[in-house]
Design a protein around this ligand. Structure first.
Ligand code: AMP
Ligand code: MN
Ligand code: MN
Length: 323
């Protein structure tokens, strides 16, 4: 694998950039995309972030402006030779959503931290030791000795790191993470505001949905597996949206004695989004990969084209082999 220094050298040869993240984007994805975009802005490079879906409300804290991004749906994506494409936090090309169509046709730099990343870029920097892609973006930007990080870029990097470390609670929280956070504090970030935006600040409908989801919580395998579900009916009854389901899986994982927490989200009758979280030993990325997904050893996901009852049965059977 090439070094981050080489990535930087190759990247700076270009003047036009398209920066892409993954479907169902999380804080690491969004924070990394805009931190890199705003850094490139400071170098007077032309860049645009392309998103698979509209930004969730919580990202208001980042101060993203209308002109900073477009949705794939509104943008005539083509494989341009004058453009450097950058993929962030996307563990495989399919995760790029519409961006997958051009991934193998363009000069693509793939920057990621998923251990199972198949190195689908023209250039690849994949470092599973890093807690978040935001940490890699920080390292990349820090190679520029002339650059003074401003509060906005620092806030985006912090949101990325805070999101993927669960506010420094997960096993990926390293000394390096805290060193970076100390530097970001010096750049003026408001940690409280970022945490509140990322993890609390629920809308009424989202909190009602949490209540509904918790009422479905079940344990199995002598208390080592906990799972919950969100059916379409619950979204309709509470008025919550699909992106309000992110984070629900953590309640299953946080139950005392549990090794694997799982959430089953009914996107439609035959599309079930499954999230896995583990506490100590179960490599949930292996379980997710069995169903065509992927992720990290302690956080992974997949989508199953079955009914929610069938998906639940298949997944529980598989997870029981591991606990
Ligand atoms: P989530 O449960 O959606 O928060 O995802 C947890 C982790 O699993 C993230 O690192 C994702 O990148 C990864 N992941 C989720 N869904 C998929 C999928 N369908 N395919 C590959 N990786 C996934
Ligand atoms: Mn992500
Ligand atoms: Mn990530």
């Amino acid at each position: 694998m090439i070094s981050l220094e080489q990535i930087r050298e190759e990247m700076l040869k270009w003047n036009r950039f398209i920066i892409m993240g993954h479907v169902d984007p999380d804080g690491d994805c969004i924070g990394s995309l805009f931190a890199l975009k705003w850094y490139l802005d400071s170098l007077n490079k032309s860049s645009l972030v392309l998103l698979t879906e509209e930004l969730a409300e919580k990202y208001t804290v980042l101060g993203i402006e209308e002109n900073d991004y477009r949705l794939f749906a509104d943008y005539p994506l083509s494989a341009r030779e004058d453009t450097c494409y950058i993929a962030l936090d996307a563990g495989n090309p399919e995760r790029l959503g519409e961006g997958a169509q051009i991934a193998d046709k363009v000069f693509l730099i793939n920057i990621d931290h998923h251990v199972d990343n198949p190195l689908y870029g023209r250039l690849n920097y994949v470092n599973p030791e890093k807690a978040a892609v935001g940490e890699i973006i920080y390292d990349l930007i820090s190679l520029d000795k002339d650059y003074q990080m401003d509060r906005k870029v620092a806030t985006a990097v912090a949101a990325a790191i805070i999101s993927d470390t669960g506010a420094f609670r997960y096993q990926n929280t390293s000394a390096g993470v805290f060193r970076i956070m100390a530097e970001l504090m010096k750049a003026g970030i408001d940690v409280y505001a970022i945490n509140r935006a990322m993890f609390s600040n629920y809308r009424y409908s989202a909190l009602k949905l949490l209540g509904e989801a918790l009422s479905t919580l079940k344990v199995s395998a002598d208390g080592k597996i906990a799972h919950l579900r969100v059916e379409q009916r619950m979204l309709e009854e509470t008025g919550a949206e699909l992106n309000d389901t992110s984070g629900l899986v953590n309640y299953a994982r946080d139950l005392s004695g549990v090794e694997v927490g799982i959430s089953f989200i009914e996107v439609d009758e035959k599309t079930i989004r499954v999230s896995f979280r583990s506490n100590e030993y179960c490599p949930v990325n292996e379980v997710a990969a069995f169903f065509g997904g992927g992720g990290h050893p302690r956080a992974a996901g997949c989508t199953i084209e079955e009914t929610i009852d069938q998906a639940e049965e298949m997944v529980l059977q598989k997870v029981k082999e591991y606990v």
